[in-house]
Design a protein around this ligand. Sequence first.
Ligand SMILES: N[C@@H](CC(=O)c1ccccc1NC=O)C(=O)O
Length: 309
Amino acid sequence: MASSSSSSLKYTLHQYGTDNDLQKVGVWDVDIANKNKYWIIYIHGGAWRDPRITLETFKPTIDQILLACSSSSSSSPCSSNSSIAAFASLDYRLSPHPSFPQDPAATPPARYRGARHPDHVDDARAALAFLQARYDSAANYVLVGHSAGGCIGLQMLAGLCSSSSSSSPSPPPSSAPFVFPRALVSFEGIYDFAGIAARLGPAYAEFLAGAFGEEQGWNGVAPLEYKGSYGERWREGGGGPLVLAWSPDDELVDEPEIDAMERRLRRDGVEGLVVLKDLRGNHDEIWESGKEVARLVEVALERLRGGGA
Ligand SMILES: N[C@@H](CC(=O)c1ccccc1NC=O)C(=O)O
């Protein structure tokens, strides 16, 4: 029978890069050698800069998934646990946060938060490549991202990172082949940088400029404005479930974000698209509780079992 909390699972923290302390990924072993089961891999949010939001923020979700299983008689929620090989959650280099200033002269480079796009997405990709090189079962995974983390998931799909552009200054530290996720879940995601900044004001423009530089460059890197076809990319990667979710209680990311991304993915003919706009809880309450994230993971796994549609 399953363990009922993340703290009862074997946990390993790996450093996947050497530039920065934040290049690390935590792995919780459920049945890690089983290649028929899925990894559930999490990318946290925090506006690309909040040092308080770390890989640890996935724990409530892990706990909720395990709890649903250990307390259930057999069926639905439990089925997700029985198909999970491992959980993983990654940190990535962060951009500067004005409320948590660092003196560049006095801060060791490995502790300095000075990242700029494509650092965040390059790191996420490097973390996945690291896991895939290290664990035979890790290419079979569901990728889950919150807010900026959801954006990173879609940027990876769109190839909006240095490793897949010819002008790449430095490829990610791992040379291992990188396998796309079997399913992608993005909740409370940011997709339209210019749009959200125009609607919600200068605080948004501030963190977007911190992560992506001057506003003229935003459309070249925002998931909504990707120049290629998500339909083609997603089909190449296997074409499994792609879940977009949003809570009407979200006080930080508004409904036009998910609506625009949904329209875009439909226009590109992405099959397997699932759109859920009935999450409960505000922007951070959702991961703080983990219940709704557990539900999204279950939706993705159910669709995967149902044949990928
Ligand atoms: N706590 C963050 C703010 C934040 O996370 C955020 C704010 C508005 C819209 C989305 C956000 N997070 C997305 O990852 C900060 O202090 O910058």
